[in-house]
Design a protein around this ligand. Structure first.
Ligand code: ZN
Length: 271
């Protein structure tokens, strides 16, 4: 069986334009900004692998429409459009997958639009950076951790001090070594990405390392990253990786991600 990757968009989100593309003033600028992006996708990824199905991120939840779901500062900075049928559980079932049959869920980070579907996986091992988990559970603004399922206690990603290209550590979730978690800090301090290697291509399930492919190529950071320098270093690492490995770059909120996945369209570094 080949490896197949499916894109599942769990509804849509609009952000202040100052969030995905950092402007002067950084995170504060988001609150003052009056202009909005277009509706953006919130992708989760299903990796069909001979060793079992791996899901990367769980997308958003319809509960974001509840008035007290978000901290006020977040509520005025995002618009969400998620119906219950758009959550990852129903979408997996529609596509012929049983959420209970998923072998593993890997979290790029724990922001709500990635962790909103956790409740669909009560019987699945969930892998997340332990540092990200510890950071997120004590933080009320960006992470509505009060909404996490009671049982949520992710397995820490057991990074091995083995470099994977320009990435200093790595951990393969498959015996075959072809679904590899790498640290990509920046957007959050302990953000990770997942590289799926198949047919000579690297599918880079990027989470929020940048909001779009264009932004990666421009090395333009977002306004969320607590340390801009770290975010840019990570973008540089991804670009360096793509110099030697043909890479299909798939950020969670890039309207072009699903089409690039379908067309196996790799990063064009010469452009
Ligand atoms: Zn995020």
């Amino acid at each position: 069986m080949d490896i197949r990757i499916h894109a599942i968009s769990t509804g849509a989100v609009k952000l202040k334009t100052a969030q995905p593309r950092r402007k002067a003033g950084g995170a504060l600028r988001i609150l003052l900004d009056r202009s909005w992006t277009e509706w953006l996708p919130m992708y989760a990824w299903v990796v069909e692998h001979p060793e079992g199905v791996v899901v990367v991120d769980t997308g958003e939840t319809a509960r974001t429409s509840e008035p007290d779901y978000f901290h006020w500062a977040v509520r005025i900075s995002v618009r969400m459009d998620v119906s219950p049928e758009q959550e990852i559980g129903p979408q997996l079932r529609d596509a012929g997958f049983d959420p209970d049959g998923v072998r593993m869920v890997v979290m790029t980070h724990l922001h709500t639009d990635h962790a909103g579907g956790l409740h669909h996986f009560p019987n699945t091992e969930i892998l997340a950076s332990n540092d990200e988990y510890q950071y997120a559970r004590n933080q009320k603004l960006e992470y509505p951790s009060k909404h996490w399922p009671d049982w949520f206690s992710p397995s820490p990603i057991p990074f091995e001090p083995r470099a994977y290209g320009p990435f200093e550590e790595s951990y393969s979730v498959t015996e075959a070594g072809d679904v590899v978690v790498v640290p990509t800090p920046g957007h959050t301090p302990h953000h990770v990405s997942v590289i799926v290697k198949t047919d000579g291509l690297s599918y880079f399930l990027a989470g929020d390392t940048s909001y779009t492919e264009e932004q990666l190529l421009e090395r333009h950071p977002d306004a969320v990253s607590p340390k801009v320098k770290v975010a840019v270093q990570t973008m540089d690492r991804i670009l360096r990786y793509a110099e030697t490995e043909p890479t299909v770059y798939l950020p969670s909120h890039d309207p072009g991600s699903a089409e690039r996945l379908r067309n196996k369209q790799t990063l064009n570094l010469a452009a």
